[in-house]
Design a protein around this ligand. Structure first.
Ligand SMILES: [Zn+2]
Length: 262
């Protein structure tokens, strides 16, 4: 009887330990390195953007954020060991010593989140464009647009479906999805400046090897960053890139896209 009781208590104690360990793992926040380095145009919104990404991490309890403007010192094999994902709100040619190594780090199962001018970074370096999915080409004056939610099931955009309006600087791209692998989450069905019908992607994601890449072209203006609409879609994309949320990355590019001719 005694041995039996001991065994029972042992099993209960073991179950409690397993539960505690599972809870502990679920609660332990992930680590994001956010680079706001500008080697080209410098966005005035950067300090606010950094503060808001930190806040999203704190309020959700899901991740903490280290902000850097020193990619040469922080995007190294040794330092990346401390992070689960990197977020770029960058411009120009960053001085990362081993950029192929950085892309390989993402490919091996980490996350990459690109915001707004992250596509205005590393122009002409095809492996980066392939990873992020497009290269910034141009933008016109800031404009109010009606954004379609192409994947209403993707984390962070469910409440925005079927469409929402936003006033921002709207990017147009070249070399969009070089190998047609991305999953479009948000897009316009008109040219943001001329109103001519077409396909203009705004946010997308892709599976990159074992890693996850999320990009959102919005985010030029302070009032976009402080809006619930933007914060929710960004948080959804971050959590997806961190593998904390489920969402499809199945390619869904419309077959005849004007972007292909650029
Ligand atoms: Zn901008």
């Amino acid at each position: 009887m005694k041995a039996g009781n001991g065994c029972k208590w042992g099993m209960i104690f073991g179950a409690i330990l397993m539960l505690a360990s599972a809870l502990c793992q679920a609660a332990s926040p992930k680590h994001i390195l956010m680079d706001i380095e500008s080697k080209g145009f410098r966005h005035e919104v950067l300090p606010l953007a950094a503060q808001i990404v930190k806040q999203l991490g704190q309020e959700s309890g899901k991740f903490n954020v280290t902000v850097t403007e020193d990619s040469a010192g922080s995007i190294t094999a040794a330092n990346l060991k401390h992070y689960d994902a990197v977020l770029f709100f960058t411009t120009g040619d960053l001085p990362i010593a081993d950029r192929a190594g950085f892309l390989n780090w993402i490919n091996k199962g980490h996350g990459f989140i690109g915001v707004h001018s992250a596509t205005d970074t590393y122009h002409g370096y095809t492996p980066y464009t392939t990873m992020i999915g497009a290269e910034f080409m141009t933008h016109g004056p800031q404009v109010k647009v009606n954004v379609h939610v192409d994947d209403p099931h993707f984390p962070g955009v469910q409440k925005l479906a079927p469409s929402f309006t936003i006033f921002d600087e709207i990017y147009q791209f070249k070399n969009f999805d070089l190998s047609h692998r991305v999953h479009v989450i948000l897009s316009l069905d008109k040219n943001p400046q001329t109103g001519a019908p077409g396909f203009y992607p705004i946010a997308w994601c892709q599976q990159y090897g074992k890693g996850r890449v999320f990009y959102d072209a919005l985010g030029h203006r302070d009032d976009v960053w402080t809006s619930k609409i933007y914060q929710e879609q960004l948080l959804g994309g971050i959590l997806w890139a961190l593998k904390l949320e489920k969402g499809s990355a199945k390619p869904n590019i419309p077959q005849f896209s004007p972007m292909k001719t650029n």
